[in-house]
Design a protein around this ligand. Structure first.
Ligand code: UDX
Length: 424
């Protein structure tokens, strides 16, 4: 498989050439299909109007134009990509402008699966959302798609709404999830300053049924291809409709996330006697979360970028991330390239072996919550490190008490600073 996703290979193996077919013959497939899903990238615009916030729906428009050109019968066209609210109306106008006399129904069916758990999320989704026009034809089209999902999803978990609610719900769900992470991360900073413990707070707060315990895990910040992009998209929509206060409200979720990433890098430098110049720092985990090799908007990248600025020698170990992808995302998102940053290849080394990665290091940072990091031989790691041996747990996955017994100086997100609160 071109990507790492637990369980995906098995699904493809089982279904391929049975009821799953891959093809590059776009025109033939369009002609034969009854339902067409538009599942293309809608990246944040980097130039022009709304640059840095608005989603670019160019690819969706191109799909609609191509379908309009090729189709020789009526179709249901489903927006699967995450799009700004009211994109369906643009798609519909393009489809209907072909004047061939077929009927096109546009549905919105946002994807809520998360990477790393994609197959489970698909098999047992919390809900499936289908938006359609509230006309007899629109309702009939929505029912056709409902009947596809009803093969494995209980009917009461399939919601049908109007088009605009469905399109907007996707952005809102991601904004709310990201907001929870930013909320708990803001509290993690307060914990470090006051001696409170963020894990205890997460537990105490999450046990309130009305709040719930999921998405209250403090981290070095959220990453991934959706949260930041979708919130920025929401910010831009608010601005477009003249709702500056709403835009500012949601933008703050992103600013909190930027603060969390920056704060972690600053903490590393401050803890290691205010300088990491020439020091070896081992970064364990580069993917934006465990069980994926995806590095889009990964918090690790921002921390590595800040440590490069401080002239540290960085060694990175991640079980799934490819070095080329690390560099291309670094260039795309942070503008750090081999051309504008001399000696980049020497300052960041990627390692195949985690113990080699930590050998001689002044500090080890856990930046992705891979399960394998929980069971490493930390005694062996400690013995190979330069002393004092600093360990920074950016995901709260390790047993800090045990690590301190081994000899590490442990610093962790949202945990009382061991130097400030020694013995308290
Ligand atoms: C997200 C949504 O969850 C999914 O519904 C949508 O379809 C796509 O966007 P994804 O980006 O794959 O999915 O991952 P998710 O599990 O949501 O994690 C996003 C980021 O938040 C990760 O960097 C993760 O580490 C971080 N996170 C998540 C936390 O820091 N703490 C938490 O408690 C949960």
């Amino acid at each position: 498989m071109p990507i790492y996703e637990p369980g995906l290979l098995e699904v493809v193996k089982e279904s391929r050439n049975r009821n799953l077919f891959f093809s590059t013959d776009l025109d033939k497939e369009i002609e034969e299909a009854d339902i067409i899903f538009i599942s293309v990238n809608t990246p944040t615009k980097t130039k022009g109007i709304g640059a840095g916030r608005a989603a670019n729906i160019k690819n969706c428009e191109l799909c609609a134009r191509h379908i309009a050109k090729i189709a020789t019968s009526s179709k249901i066209v489903v927006e699967k990509s995450t799009v700004p609210v009211r994109t369906a109306s643009a798609i519909e106008r393009i489809l209907k402008s072909n004047e061939k006399g077929f009927s096109f129904q546009v549905l919105s069916n946002p994807e809520f699966l998360a990477e790393g758990t994609a197959i489970g999320d698909l098999m047992k989704p919390d809900r499936v959302l289908i938006g359609g026009q509230q006309t007899p034809e629109g309702i009939k089209a929505a029912e056709t798609l409902v009947s596809v999902y009803a093969n494995w999803v209980p009917r009461e978990q399939i919601l049908t709404t109007n088009l605009w609610s469905s399109e907007l719900s996707k952005l809102v769900a991601n904004a709310f999830l990201a907001q929870r992470v930013s909320s708990i991360n803001s509290i993690s900073a307060l914990c470090e300053a006051t001696g409170a413990d963020v894990t205890e707070i997460s537990r105490a707060v999450g046990m309130d049924d009305r709040i719930g315990k999921r998405f209250l895990m403090p981290s070095v910040g959220f990453g991934g291809s959706c949260f930041q992009k979708d919130i920025l998209n929401l910010v831009y929509l608010c601005e477009t409709y003249g709702l500056q206060e709403c835009a500012d409200y949601w933008r703050q979720v992103i600013e909190m996330n930027d603060f969390q990433k920056r704060r972690f890098a600053e903490k590393i430098v401050a803890t290691m006697f205010n300088t990491v110049t020439g020091k070896k720092i081992a970064v364990l985990g580069y993917a934006f979360k465990k069980d994926t090799g995806d590095v889009r908007e990964t918090p690790s990248m921002f921390i590595v970028r800040d440590l490069i600025q401080e002239q540290a020698r960085i060694h990175v170990y991640d079980p799934q991330v490819k070095r080329e992808e690390m560099w291309s995302e670094m260039a795309y998102t942070c503008g750090v390239t081999h051309e504008n940053t001399p000696k980049l290849d020497e300052s960041v080394i990627t390692e195949e072996d985690v113990y080699q990665c930590c050998e001689g290091a002044h500090g080890v940072c856990i930046l992705t919550e891979w399960d394998e990091f929980k069971t490493l031989d930390y005694k062996r790691i400690y013995e190979g490190m330069t002393k004092p041996a600093f360990l920074f747990d950016g995901r709260l996955i390790l047993d800090h008490k045990r690590l301190r017994e081994i000899g590490f100086e442990v610093h962790a997100i949202g945990k009382p600073d061991p130097n400030m609160f020694a013995g308290v």
